[in-house]
Design a protein around this ligand. Structure first.
Ligand code: ZN
Length: 171
């Protein structure tokens, strides 16, 4: 519906489409609004340039291999992986990250139950699987899923063991 209004800045009558469900009334015409914006941009030129520069730099950084590597180092640290002892585990975490944000590195025997961050005890699973597994061991989790009547493939067909990842790297 077209609504008539008078601009509070230039006193010119204008029409506008009243689309806002809250019934907001437009009080400034399009031309004045545009002029106000342009003036604001003129007055804030250096700040806008600063922000643009910063945001571009951040985007560049996020795409940089150094940044990605640092993120993987951090993740390894969080998982308890000692890269000085097991440098090849870097690729397991890197592979997991490459699968996307829905995938997580899981300790087959949980850290809290004494499971170590070593190749034999790490696997990559979807986040939903990890959240369901919680502090259960691999064997306990299978029993748990079985008791609940869940198709075991929901877990088994989607787990990628660290050993698999490393074997694939070497192949
Ligand atoms: Zn106006």
């Amino acid at each position: 519906m077209l609504t008539k209004a008078v601009c509070i800045k230039c006193d010119v009558e204008f029409e506008y489409e009243r689309g806002d469900p809250r019934g907001a009334k437009r009080t400034v015409c399009v031309d004045c609004k545009r002029a106000t914006k342009a003036a604001w941009r003129r007055d804030n030129k250096s700040e806008i340039a600063d922000k643009t520069r910063k945001s571009r730099a951040e985007h560049r950084l996020a795409r940089s291999p150094q940044y990605q590597r640092r993120r993987i180092y951090k993740k390894c640290n969080k998982l308890g992986i000692s890269l000085s002892q097991y440098p090849h585990l870097f690729h397991v975490v890197e592979f997991s990250r490459g699968l996307g944000p829905d995938w997580e590195v899981d300790h087959i025997i949980p850290k809290s139950r004494g499971g170590l961050a070593v190749e034999e005890n790490l696997q990559i699973v979807p986040g939903e699987v990890n959240r369901s597994k919680k502090t259960k061991t691999h064997a306990e989790f299978i029993g748990y899923l079985d008791a609940r009547g869940t198709d075991l493939d929901w877990y088994l067909s989607r787990r990628i063991t660290a050993t698999d990842v490393i074997a694939n790297l070497e192949a």
